[in-house]
Design a protein. Structure first.
Length: 245
């Protein structure tokens, strides 16, 4: 955006002397100030395009500053600064000219939603507690996933290794037009499970290869395995990798 603003000014102006004051593409606030100050030098489509770019750049700067302001507020609070003092510094005053602590608290909530929320979250302060609740639920779900993975890891690891042996031996039918992504991934990760989270995640790769194998068998009208032993290994792995419920 900054580079395009510069090009618009360079292309549209016969007097390039003022462009020597260009602050540089990385000084984005300076670019915005410069482009605003010299906006009237542009005409027609260049004027319109530059205005849109200034709008986009201002929005980007505002959003980029949110994490910094949130962190600063939290640090100030941790250091003992009251909400009333923060409101005073931010010039959040009520009708009597007194600092409005509630406005400062609401600012913090809006920033928290903006920084930690999802794209479809709105920025109202009341959404902040939903973000916290969602984060707690995500942590609990991850903990349950890891706990379940630890409980079945030994069986799943053994099943994955047997499955890979049958795959290498050509006893499992695979789509010749497929790039073998899931099988390649499984062979790479099976010996690289260093912690509980990684061990739990092995199920993702086992599920991937079993689903791909069954899907190709359905498309081609063939059995997914060419030997009874390979079929048993595939069924055992699929059962272990099937999500509960």
């Amino acid at each position: 955006m900054a580079a395009r603003l510069y090009e618009l000014h360079r292309e549209a102006s016969s007097d390039e002397e003022y462009l020597e004051l260009w602050p540089g593409d990385r000084e984005l606030f300076g670019v915005l100030s410069f482009a605003q100050e010299h906006a009237s030098r542009l005409k027609g489509e260049a004027y319109r395009a530059a205005a849109v770019l200034r709008m986009q750049l201002a929005e980007w700067l505002r959003l980029a500053a949110d994490p910094f302001q949130l962190s600063a507020i939290d640090d100030a609070r941790a250091g003992g600064t009251s909400w009333r003092e923060l409101a005073l510094k931010l010039r959040y005053l009520d009708r009597l000219g007194e600092p409005n602590a509630g406005s400062a608290m609401n600012l913090r909530k809006r920033l928290y939603v903006a920084v930690n929320g999802q794209p479809d979250d709105r920025r109202q302060p009341q959404v902040a507690h939903l973000i916290d609740q969602r984060a707690v639920e995500e942590r609990l779900a991850k903990a349950r996933f890891i706990k379940a993975g630890e409980a079945r890891y030994a069986d799943l690891d053994a099943a994955a290794r047997v499955l890979l042996r049958h795959y290498v031996a050509g006893e499992l039918r695979t789509d010749p037009d497929d790039d073998g992504f899931w099988w390649e991934q499984l062979s790479e990760v099976v010996d690289d499970r260093r912690d509980a989270a990684e061990r739990a995640n092995l199920v993702v790769y086992v599920r991937g290869v079993t689903r791909e194998t069954y899907a190709y068998a359905k498309r081609s009208g063939q059995q997914p395995a060419v030997t009874d032993q390979a079929m048993q290994a595939l069924e055992a792995a699929a059962a272990l990798a099937t999500p509960p419920g």
